[in-house]
Structures are given as C-alpha cells and as structure tokens.
Design a binder for this molecule. Sequence first.
Ligand SMILES: Cc1cc2nc3c(=O)[nH]c(=O)nc-3n(C[C@H](O)[C@H](O)[C@H](O)COP(=O)(O)O)c2cc1C
Length: 164
Amino acid sequence: MDPILDRCSIRHFKDRKLTEEEIQALLRAGFSAPSARNLQPWVFVVIEDPIKIQNLRSFSPYAGPLESAPLAILVCADQHVNPSLDYCQQDCAAATENILIQAKAMGLGSCWLGGYPNPERIDKIREWVGLPEWLMPLWVIAIGQPDEKEIIKNKWNDQKIIRL
Ligand SMILES: Cc1cc2nc3c(=O)[nH]c(=O)nc-3n(C[C@H](O)[C@H](O)[C@H](O)COP(=O)(O)O)c2cc1C
C-alpha cells in the first residue's frame, strides 16, 4: 500500500471514534507541510462532538461525508499571521493533503470538503463554529475508519505532461 498512490476519497465511515494518538498523528502531518516564507498560517479546528459535526454538515450541499465522520478538521487561515491571505490557500492545501495522506497511511479514510472562496459556505461555517474575525475558514476534512470499498483511480495522463 502506497499512501500517496492508493489514497482516494472516502465518504462513509464506521462508528468508531479516533484515538487521541491518531488525531495527533494527523495534526503532526498537517504541521509538517511547507509554507510560503515558513509562515505556517494554518489553524486546525478539531471537532469530535457528533452534534457539532452534524451542525457543520449544512455548511455545504456537498458535505454529506460529515454524516458518518467521527472527526472533522476545519482548516482555517490565521490572518494575524498573514493579513493579506496571500499564499494561505496554497499553504493550507499542502497541510490538508499531508493530513489526507497520513490518514491513508494509518488505515483511515478521508474526504476534503470545499468551502473557501464560496462566501455562503464561509458565512455558514463562521456562524456555526463561532470563529473570531481573524480566522478565515477554508474547508473541512472528514476523517474516520472507512466503511466503503475504496475506488482508486488511475489518473496518469500523458497529455498533461510537457517536456521541454
Ligand atoms: C478543493 C477540493 C474540494 C472538494 N470538495 C468536495 C466536497 O465538497 N464534497 C465531496 O464529497 N468531495 C469533495 N472533494 C473530493 C473530490 O471530489 C475528490 O478528490 C475527487 O473526486 C478525486 O477523487 P479521489 O479523492 O478519490 O482521488 C474535494 C476535493 C478538493 C481537492
């Protein structure tokens, strides 16, 4: 099993809470990401309370994976660290992909649920999570023990390679 090549989105999860060790391993992977000027502008909001996860579900019509997820990580950009938010999406996307790959390496499944820059989704997350102004909510990662067959896609595409 290769955690990068064999990762795929998982949208249904078993009813098992993640351990604190698992959560910390996922966060450590996120914190290990590269970031522009090494600003590390991310803040990870860890949500384990099933009621809070269900409340968050309606932030997007495509957030169905939160229905069974025992863990949601809301990825935010810290505007105290970087007021202009330049490069924050890239930085936080790198951290997010690290978490997805770490989840796979640990036998867990995950799904990235898009939010930013959709203004309605940002407002809904702000409203439900009660974030301070200086935190920009970007997106949510649903994580848990997979409860579906993994469908690994072969995305290799010769036509998307240019050799100079
Ligand atoms: C920025 C971004 C936003 C996404 N938003 C959603 C979403 O809202 N709901 C969802 O079920 N999947 C979402 N996905 C997962 C994609 O649908 C998925 O990565 C894509 O279909 C490729 O499948 P794979 O992850 O299995 O390789 C998102 C992925 C990215 C990178």
